[in-house]
Design a protein around this ligand. Structure first.
Ligand SMILES: Cc1ncc(COP(=O)(O)O)c(C=O)c1O
Length: 409
């Protein structure tokens, strides 16, 4: 018995691969590749571990799932049932979160684009916080909240200087002065929280140090101007749970706890907004080899359009049809989008024998693959969820047509 890709729900037994208790042969008798499968219990494990680890270091922590990682209603519902809030960026995600039963008081909403209609709706619903990337948005929020006779809590996303990223606000002297004015003059907003999200797939503790550093230096600058934000939002950025094991997560949580303690900062609440960690390794894709070339390049019947590199998943590939054979022969794995760019993996260690019709398992496809999927004109794959032996169709291209958000709300 062997676990695949470090995922306890994917096990090879005597040449057969099992997803939880169901054999892939059984699944393939009923459904044809390309096929996405989401493992409900893996999502639940991931959420539980994440919450356990961080609450043991920060008793005042709160968790918000970053919907953009995967906004399939079934996935968001599973996460909601684990008592996690939502981090969303726009109107459609807001409608979906409400439809799925997330309470506005568990929703952090915000991003680079906050049209007036969205701000107005968010305030009247009473969302927990509106996150701003631009100080000008604070003025708009204050004016709209005033019209509604409300006071809205807000969060400032600071610029965490990754590769000259322009996401968030750079807290220059002028920006700090502006925030001081906001605090003194705007009666209908409360500056509550400071957010820094450095990047995704943060494998290295230095990246967490850098993110925390951005928050701490910003808090200090603002404290000097007597602008005191009570909460810190660390954003997301955690790799797939099979990549970042519990002990590494513990190290990061412990490092963050100590760093904050040393700084002697008064922090009321800390927020986390993971996306990939919750869902990344809970998604697998089964594809089929459609062409084998002499130079060990293979083409499989999915590509960048539904399994894009841009999703930055830690993809692993297995030849399901020859699962017992050693995977140690360099192979290039290409998708079916007719461009030279559609290379899913180069020199990947795969089986010696390669045949058209072989089934290929791709792991760690649960986060951002659907979000960054594009309109390349192939039909979309069937998507199933699996819990023990229960298999459910959660997206069927024939009936559902499209998995864009408009279709779910
Ligand atoms: C502000 C913010 N929070 C959370 C996330 C989720 O990131 P991840 O899926 O890497 O955890 C993102 C992703 O871009 C983000 O921009």
């Amino acid at each position: 018995m062997k676990t695949l890709a470090g995922n306890p729900y994917l096990v090879e037994k005597e040449g057969n691969v099992f997803i939880e208790s169901v054999s892939i042969h059984e699944i393939l008798e009923e459904f044809k590749p390309p096929l996405f499968i989401f493992l409900e219990n893996k999502i639940r494990d991931n959420v539980k571990i994440f919450k356990e680890v961080f609450t043991s270091h920060f008793e005042n922590s709160e968790f918000f799932y970053s919907f953009k990682a995967n906004f399939l209603p079934e996935i968001c519902t599973i996460i909601h049932s684990e008592h996690v809030g939502a981090e969303i960026i726009g109107e459609l995600e807001l409608s979906l979160a409400l439809k799925l039963g997330f309470s506005p008081s568990d929703i952090l909403l915000g991003g680079p684009y906050l049209p007036d209609s969205l701000i107005s709706r968010a305030i009247s619903l009473g969302v927990k916080e509106i996150i701003v990337h631009d100080l000008k948005d604070l003025k708009k929020i204050n004016a709209i909240a005033q019209q509604q006779g409300r006071v809205q809590d807000t969060c400032i996303r600071v610029h965490s200087t990754k590769y000259g990223s322009k996401l968030g606000i750079e807290l220059t002297q002028n920006a700090c002065k502006e925030l001081q004015e906001v605090k003194n003059k705007f009666q209908n907003i409360q500056l509550k929280t400071l957010l820094s999200h450095l990047t995704t797939q943060m494998n290295n503790i230095n990246q967490y140090r850098q993110n925390l550093g951005a928050l701490i230096s910003s808090i200090r600058k603002l404290n000097k101007m007597d602008v005191k934000l009570k909460n810190l939002n660390f954003g997301g950025g955690f790799p797939e749970a099979t990549v970042m094991k519990r002990n590494q997560l513990e190290k990061i949580a412990s490092f963050m706890e100590h760093a904050l303690h040393e700084m002697d900062l008064e922090v009321e609440r800390v927020y986390f907004e993971p996306g990939r960690y919750f869902v990344g390794d809970a998604g697998i894709l089964i594809a089929e080899i459609i062409k084998v070339m002499d130079d060990r390049t293979i083409f499989i019947n999915v590509g960048n359009h539904i399994c894009p590199k841009f999703a930055k998943g830690s993809y692993r590939f297995y030849n399901l049809s020859r699962i017992k054979a050693p995977h140690k022969f360099k192979t290039s794995i290409n998708g079916i989008v007719p461009t030279d760019q559609d290379i899913l993996a180069k020199d990947y260690f795969f089986t010696k024998e390669l045949k058209e019709g072989d089934k290929v398992l791709i792991t760690n496809v649960g986060a951002y693959t659907l979000t960054f999927s594009n309109r390349f004109p192939y039909s979309l794959p069937l998507i199933l969820s699996l819990n023990k032996t229960r298999i459910k169709k959660i997206f069927d291209p024939i009936n559902n047509k499209d998995f864009s958000l408009q279709h779910w709300i």
